[in-house]
Design a protein around this ligand. Structure first.
Ligand SMILES: Cc1cc2nc3c(=O)[nH]c(=O)nc-3n(C[C@H](O)[C@H](O)[C@H](O)COP(=O)(O)OP(=O)(O)OC[C@H]3O[C@@H](n4cnc5c(N)ncnc54)[C@H](O)[C@@H]3O)c2cc1C
Length: 479
């Protein structure tokens, strides 16, 4: 066979055969019956055809795949949970390192640590840790991959009490571009460890993450009232006031969306545009209920799904609302404050969405995540009190251009109200290139480039929000 992504070096059948024999996992080519499923990612706008997909089962498989890509000058992409919104997990013509077969989580309840392989989803982690009454901060949807989410920062319902996912990373095992197996922690390869916490997939393939665990649950209180859009201003103003003195146990968001099209809900409500308060309280349930009650009563809800429930159920409640294969385009901005003018802009745009499935969500940050110094990890923007995410979602491919244009237009209109930073896990299609990276990492950008120079001077890992090594970085394209 011949694959010509990075250069034009043909791959002989013998070389491919040798590669297959080295690997414990399967190596799929386009003729394999599992190929089409394996190249699919969550975002249905991404339709790429790699030359090969290496389904790694061990760290040694990853070493072999990295070596094969280098030897044959193949473009390389790395796939964890496949939920990267920009779709960098899969590439055209090159080699995909697919880590999904590696997902067995190991808990050390005594040491309050969990070891997570790179193909695990947050549901795997929550299910393994909750029997001990423990958790580590993940995302708000449990089918999202641990790897990509953590490498970009990782914001979930525990962020105000226990910080970001990357803040809870204790160590990581990494296969670097030169095929070395490296253990990164505060003491070993500290620069690499710093860069992994918010610098994305630029520095190597992480084959194992160790996270710190905290007592959480098993019961938590959720906040989920849906109000009429006409009440949005009143609800948003009340929520802003709430966030000004909210305790760290409460992590909340304001959103404009639609009521889920759920057969268990009354027919007239299904799919109706609405504004929503969303959140979780992880302290004593009685205290959480008392804290959230006034927010639930700020207007008359159309429906209120707030509950006392298990942490595991709360973590997976949103899963069905982001189906695999839908069409998505998500873009974000960090806001240091939420001014009246910003609120007016958000409300007028959000009420004028081209389709009700577009989610406009303002997350409250601060708390533990805000108390970490900006230069302590590659993830920056610690001072931002809010993050606006404009999550475009639609199902008709003919509507793609219109939806993307609308999200971009809204995003541009909000930039003057932001601190200029973008959350790299919600990056659009990464089209802003270096501008996006610099704005998002601020003073950390140059240090990230130094680490990139050291660990990946040839830019093998470039299917990501790419940091180009060396001084010649024009940063105009991402990969
Ligand atoms: C439905 C949904 C909900 C989400 N909710 C949240 C949320 O609540 N909070 C939040 O912070 N984010 C959230 N995100 C964004 C999420 O953090 C990113 O999409 C993230 O990239 C997903 O990780 P993944 O491993 O599933 O993705 P993948 O697509 O597999 O990976 C994304 C990128 O990460 C890198 N990568 C992945 N694995 C490795 C590895 N082992 N070693 C090196 N590099 C690697 C690669 O560059 C890859 O292209 C959500 C996304 C979706 C789709």
């Amino acid at each position: 066979m011949k694959a010509n992504a990075g250069g034009d070096r043909p791959i002989s059948n013998e070389a491919l055969q040798r590669f297959r024999e080295t690997m414990r996992g399967a190596v799929l080519d386009p003729a394999h019956p599992a190929y089409d499923d394996a190249r699919k990612v969550w975002n249905g706008t991404i339709d790429r055809r790699p030359a090969l997909i290496a389904q790694c089962r061990s760290e040694d498989d990853v070493v072999a795949a990295v070596a094969f890509a280098k030897q044959h000058d193949l473009l390389l992409s790395v796939r964890g949970g496949g939920h990267g919104v920009a779709g960098y997990a899969v590439c055209d013509d090159g080699l995909v390192i697919d880590l999904s077969p590696m997902h067995e989580v190991e808990v050390d309840a005594h040491a309050r640590m969990v070891r997570v392989p790179p193909g695990a989803r947050w549901a795997d982690v929550d299910r393994a840790t909750q029997p001990y009454g423990l958790a580590t901060p993940g995302g708000e949807v449990s089918v999202t991959g641990v790897a990509g989410l953590t490498l970009g920062g990782g914001m979930g319902y525990l962020r105000r009490k226990h910080g970001l996912s990357c803040d809870n990373l204790v160590s990581a095992d990494v296969v670097t571009a030169d095929g070395q197996k490296v253990h990164a922690s505060e003491r070993e390869h500290p620069d690499l460890f710093w860069a992994l916490r918010g610098g994305g997939g630029n520095f190597g393939v992480v084959t194992s993450f160790v996270f710190r665990l905290h007592p959480v649950g098993p019961e938590v209180v959720t906040l989920t009232p849906f109000f009429c859009l006409e009440d949005a201003r009143r609800v948003l103003l009340a929520w802003r006031e709430f966030t000004e003195s909210a305790p760290d146990e409460a992590t909340t968001a304001f959103a404009v969306w639609a009521i889920p099209d759920d057969p268990e809900l009354p027919e007239p409500l299904r799919g109706r545009p609405a504004c929503i308060l969303d959140g979780m309280y992880i302290g004593a349930p009685e205290a959480g209920e008392a804290l959230f009650r006034p927010l639930r009563e700020v207007a008359t809800p159309l429906i209120d799904m707030s509950a006392r429930t298990s942490y595991v159920d709360a973590q997976s409640a949103l899963d069905p609302l982001f189906p695999d294969g839908g069409l998505y385009y998500w873009k974000s901005l960090f806001l240091d404050e939420l001014s009246d003018a910003a609120i007016e802009q958000i409300l007028s745009r959000a009420q004028d969405r081209p389709n009700p499935r577009i989610l406009v969500i303002l997350r409250h940050l601060g708390g533990a995540l805000g108390r970490v110094a900006d230069d302590a990890t590659a993830y920056s923007n610690r001072g931002a009190e809010y993050m606006l995410s404009i999550d475009g979602a639609w199902s008709d491919p003919a509507e793609t251009e219109r939806n993307i244009a609308w999200v971009r237009d809204f995003w541009s209109a909000m930039r003057p109200f932001s601190n200029g930073g973008v959350y790299l896990n919600f990056p659009g299609f990464g089209e802003n290139g270096r501008e996006l990276w610099k704005a998002s990492h601020g003073a950390n950008f140059e240090r990230l480039r130094t680490v990139k120079d050291r660990y990946d001077p040839g830019n093998l890992f470039r299917m990501n929000q790419n940091i180009r090594p060396g001084q010649a970085d024009t940063g105009e394209a991402n990969h």
